[in-house]
Design a binder for this molecule. Structure first.
Ligand code: SF4
Length: 192
């Protein structure tokens, strides 16, 4: 029987981003557990929806899912701008994953954040490396980005909810601003 010492702890941000990495791990014989800790997803109904979809994925891919079911977006409200807010966000999520991995003797840690071309990839690597040193747990880096589309397509086929914004309140506001500007531009074009 495998123990945590044989396993990678895979921090999971959402089901669509985890669809490819978990397929890759299963196909390549990786031993791993999923770890959901994303306390700033806004609003809480969205948080619940994303968690529910990650639970569905764990059923399909047959991996154990550890859920740190903590909803606390208040800490993020002060941090509105990219990249500062994302730096704080990666810090909090990855610190907790490495801390959990250390306490529970996992072999290494990685994150599904590494698949998204919309995330600050180098920043994620730097933060993961610093927590890896601090907690003395290896960071298992894989650049999943070339498979982002493939993962999203499979997530669609599996019927997962696919969100249109990253997660926090500020990212939702950015998305709404973007949509309004797009509509305005379209209106200007339609009106000649
Ligand atoms: S945009 Fe995404 S990564 Fe950045 S702070 Fe918001 S939820 Fe976190």
């Amino acid at each position: 029987m495998s123990t945590n010492e044989d396993k990678i702890l895979l921090h999971i941000c959402c089901a669509p981003c985890a669809t490819y990495p978990t397929k890759f791990f299963n196909e390549n014989g990786y031993l791993y557990d999923g770890y959901f800790y994303n306390p700033n997803i806004h609003p809480e109904s969205e948080y619940n929806l994303r968690l529910e979809n990650v639970r569905k994925l764990s059923g399909i891919r047959e991996f154990k899912l550890i859920v740190e079911d903590e909803y606390n977006e208040a800490d993020w409200i002060l941090y509105k701008e990219v990249p500062t807010r994302c730096q704080k966000c990666y810090n909090i999520r990855l610190r907790k994953a490495f801390e959990y991995a250390q306490k529970n003797s996992y072999k290494a840690v990685t994150s599904t954040l590494l698949i998204s071309p919309y995330q600050q990839h180098e920043m994620i690597i730097d933060i993961a490396n610093s927590y890896s040193n601090y907690y003395n747990v290896p960071f298992h880096y894989i650049d999943f980005r070339p498979h982002f589309r493939e993962g999203q397509n499979e997530a669609r086929e599996l019927g997962f909810y696919r969100q249109k914004y990253c997660g926090c309140l500020s990212s939702l506001e950015d998305k709404l601003d973007f949509d309004i500007k797009k509509e305005e531009k379209k209106g200007m074009k339609d009106n000649g």
